[in-house]
Design a protein around this ligand. Structure first.
Ligand SMILES: [Fe+2]
Ligand SMILES: [Fe+2]
Length: 399
């Protein structure tokens, strides 16, 4: 992509959408439903009841579709069809039987990132993974627990609202084995030390709290950048965009804090060193790393999240953030184009080395497999997807 096009937010966004589409052909990132100025309301509700999100577009159900099961509603799954806890009784003191068994039908929404159509074996895999998650760490820790999970039927179905979900018939058998005689007077473990069954929520909340922190830090980053651009007599157009970015980052921090709240996490206040004017070369290095590389990847990831997060509130927030972050990345390329001619030859060499190092660092960070909870609720790209997005972006930006 030509450098002058990188500084154009619309062209830059177009490129990001192209990368997302290339990485995941099913994505229909054709429009940003939540643009600037539209309101997003995030209710502090659990996602079973689904947040009300303005501007997210309305799906009109076509109840005549032959593949729709009018008896299903994946938004209101009855208690007995959920896996809030392991369906089979726990092992522990006072149990009268060594072996326990439970049978049931499990229903859950499918994420856009889940295979479509879902084969029987893929369905079984997803169902078993959820059963395992619900049942692991069962018991009180003094007993070894063994499970035997069997799936007798599994398929994807569309409910009356055209939501895609899976319907799984399972049997769970649990053997309770005593690990040893327990000494008299031993205290029971504090149950709060065990991960709760909805541990995914806490993990997702911590992720959004971290993002809220980073967005809050970005407010100060743009404040300082604006002051530096003023000090070095940058063009008014760049200054105006940088000032606008301060406001947008304030809003991003608020939105992320609301998402963290929604998942029960609290955000930490940000502490930053006071402002100090830096040499132009240093600003160029930081702008390359934080703007042209990290903000660019961040906006690409936000596009991905806005398509794949299972939580509609996350999708709506990410749509907004993707839109504005891509403008911030485009601003970074514009700043880069303004600074480059002012650098000396040795500084330019240094800049190139720094840029390569920053790409390598980000790539290394993406080599970690994210937790399934983040992939599911926050739409975080799995490792392979993240690497593919990164490579495509790097190709586009450095071509
Ligand atoms: Fe932001
Ligand atoms: Fe930003």
């Amino acid at each position: 992509m030509k450098r002058e096009l990188l500084s154009d937010p619309e062209k830059f966004r177009e490129m990001l959408r192209k990368v997302v589409r290339k990485t995941w052909p099913i994505v229909a990132a054709s429009s940003l439903a939540v643009g600037c100025g539209q309101s997003i309301t995030i209710l502090p509700a659990d996602y079973e009841s689904q947040a009300q999100v303005d501007g997210g577009g309305e799906v009109v159900p076509d109840t005549n579709r032959p593949d729709i099961n009018p008896n299903l509603d994946f938004r209101n799954i009855p208690q007995e069809n959920r896996l809030d806890a392991c369906p089979v009784e726990q092992c522990g003191p006072g149990t009268s039987e060594w072996n326990k068994q439970a049978e049931g039908r499990y229903l859950r929404l499918l994420a856009p990132v889940d295979p479509r159509p879902l084969s029987f074996s893929q369905c079984v895999q997803l169902c078993k993974a959820d059963l395992e998650k619900a049942c692991r760490n069962g018991g009180n820790g003094e007993y070894s627990t063994y499970y035997n999970l069997a799936v007798t039927g599994c398929k994807e179905e569309y409910d009356r609202n055209q939501q895609r979900g899976l319907v799984c018939d399972y049997t769970v058998k649990r053997s309770c084995a005593v690990a040893g005689r327990r000494p008299a007077g031993m205290q029971e473990k504090d149950p709060s030390e065990n991960p709760p069954p909805n541990n995914d929520l806490a993990e997702t909340g911590a992720f959004f709290a971290e993002l809220a922190y980073l967005e809050e830090a970005a407010v100060t980053a743009f404040r300082y950048l604006t002051q530096e651009l003023e000090a070095y007599n940058a063009p008014e157009a760049l200054l105006a965009l940088s000032r606008q970015a301060i406001q947008e980052e304030v809003e991003h921090a608020q939105l992320m804090t609301q998402l963290a709240d929604r998942y029960g996490a609290t955000t930490q206040p940000v502490q930053v060193e006071p402002f100090a004017l830096r040499p132009l070369a240093e600003i160029a290095f930081e702008n390359a790393k934080e703007g042209c590389i990290r903000e660019a990847y961040g906006s690409l990831m936000a596009f991905w999240q806005s398509e794949t997060a299972e939580d509609p509130a996350v999708r709506a927030v990410m749509e907004r953030i993707a839109h504005e972050e891509s403008a911030h990345a485009a601003l970074s390329f514009a700043i880069d184009a303004w600074i480059q001619p002012q650098l000396s030859e040795p500084e330019r060499q240094q800049y190139k080395a720094y840029q390569q190092e920053s790409y390598a660092q980000l790539q290394q960070e993406l080599a970690e497999e994210p937790s399934p909870a983040l992939v599911r609720w926050a739409g975080y790209p799995p490792k392979d997807v993240g690497m593919q997005l990164f490579r495509s972006l790097q190709q586009e930006v450095t071509a």
